[in-house]
Write a protein that binds this ligand. Structure first.
Ligand code: RNT
Ligand code: ZN
Length: 419
């Protein structure tokens, strides 16, 4: 059978359960997923020489990481060429690009320091998402930024946040696509604190001061990301789940951002998505793969990844949930890691869209749990691979592992020269 024949046959099988695979493919091509620049260089960026701090860590020393904006952009382009689907570029403030001899500290960053990224995104028809960088910087005092007891430290980071709002608005205006701006800090304590509320009150006030910067709420979508703990920040995190969720709920236009590595191991974000959709017009996600802790392994096409995609799709929330990948593996070829993660999330979305969701909901509402189980199990072995192959064909990328030969060639010709 040719792949066209295989797709025709798959299309028929899905049609029999009420799924129009042509319509699914056409729709998925238009859904943006934000691709994080930081997988390419182990979350370092271009504005400092120091190590990665803030309770996050990359492990591994696979050769070939990007050292300059040009290298990072070239690697990003390689990922684009090997993955189906619409992309948005996700940047951190630490990826500012300065002219030779120029430098601006985080509180003084301006749109011009990101002009090269804007040109890059525009040429590729991508919107841009943004993140102030509250880590890897000397002005972090005792592990604290926005919640520091030191007013000068707080002021510096508030000004950083405000600068980032202006930059986010510039991105949105330039690209014509709203910019999701995510606030995450690693603020917290290694050991039992004497005051848990004080840092949180300061954190709350600081985020309010950042959001007091005037901006168009249709262009900039500020988010707050929660976390349970970090490395060296095991006892207390200022931006806990309750803190950030309550902040978003009480501040008009501020979205909650859930990172699926940031909860206790038996909690699942797939169950939190529909809960938040009952209350928030929009929300944001960091899609990652935690193994035993917030390890940020490459996203795979695994059960929880699929379950998260299902919740977005079957609640008709593809236009209410901003999806961004967030992981960083330095132990394998980084361009391949990037590619695998993006392809996995695309597979999860496509699979969710190829599920007869309305039919399954009906079975649940009718209390027909026997047939519901049967159907959910049978759908698993429907010829999803043939629909994936057709989607990839239409997007001009390989459906199978043959894309990896490109990575091997790129490693030989480009990455291995980076010493
Ligand atoms: C850290 C958070 C945060 C970062 C990025 C680099 O635990 O997940 O989102 O990974 O901002
Ligand atoms: Zn995250």
């Amino acid at each position: 059978m040719t792949s066209a024949e295989r797709y025709a046959s798959a299309k028929e099988q899905y049609a029999a359960v009420g799924v129009d695979t042509d319509a699914v493919i056409a729709k998925l091509k238009e859904i943006p997923v934000s691709l994080h620049c930081w997988q390419g260089d182990d979350v370092i960026g271009f504005d400092h020489d120091g190590p990665l701090t803030g309770g996050i860590q990359t492990t591994g020393d696979y050769p070939g990481k990007a050292r300059t904006p040009e290298e990072l952009m070239a690697d990003f382009d390689k990922v684009i060429s090997l993955t189906p689907g619409k992309k948005k570029l996700n940047l951190h403030a630490s990826y500012a690009i300065f002219e030779p001899g120029e430098f601006a500290d985080r509180d003084k960053l301006e749109p011009k320091h990101f002009a090269k990224w804007v040109a890059f995104a525009k040429e590729r028809n991508m919107g841009i998402d943004f993140n102030p960088t509250f880590f890897s910087h000397p002005n972090i005092k005792d592990g604290m930024t926005l919640s520091s007891p030191d007013g000068e430290v707080r002021k510096f980071w508030i000004n950083h946040g405000r600068a980032c709002i202006r930059i986010s608005e510039y991105f949105a205006k330039e690209t014509g696509v709203p910019c999701v701006m995510n606030i995450w800090t690693g603020d917290g304590f290694k050991d039992i604190p004497a005051d848990r509320m004080g840092p949180r009150m300061r954190y709350k006030d600081s985020i309010e001061q950042i959001l007091a910067e005037p901006f168009d709420r249709k262009l900039v979508k500020p988010c707050v990301e929660s976390k349970v703990f970090g490395i060296g920040v095991e006892a207390f995190t200022a931006g806990s789940a309750e803190f950030t969720l309550s902040f978003a709920a009480t501040h008009e236009g501020c979205l909650p951002l859930m990172d699926n590595g940031h909860y206790h191991p038996t909690e699942v974000v797939s169950d939190k998505i529909p809960a938040l959709l009952c209350f928030f017009p929009e929300l944001a996600l960091h899609i990652t793969r935690p193994i035993r802790w917030d390890s940020d392994h490459v996203v795979l096409y695994d059960d929880e990844t699929r379950e998260m995609a299902k919740e977005i799709v079957r609640n008709d929330a593809l236009d209410r949930v901003y999806m961004a990948l967030d992981y960083f593996d330095a132990s394998i070829n980084r361009v391949s890691a990037w590619t695998v993660g993006f392809r996995s999330w695309q597979k999860a979305l496509l699979c969710a869209m190829c599920t007869p969701n309305a039919e399954l909901k009906k079975l649940q509402d009718e209390g027909n749990f026997t047939k519901l189980m049967v159907m959910q199990e049978e759908i698993k072995t429907y010829p999803f691979g043939d629909v994936w192959a057709e989607y990839c064909r239409q997007c001009g990328v390989a459906a199978d592992q043959s894309w990896f030969a490109e990575i091997e060639k790129y490693e030989r010709e480009v990455l291995s020269n980076r010493k």
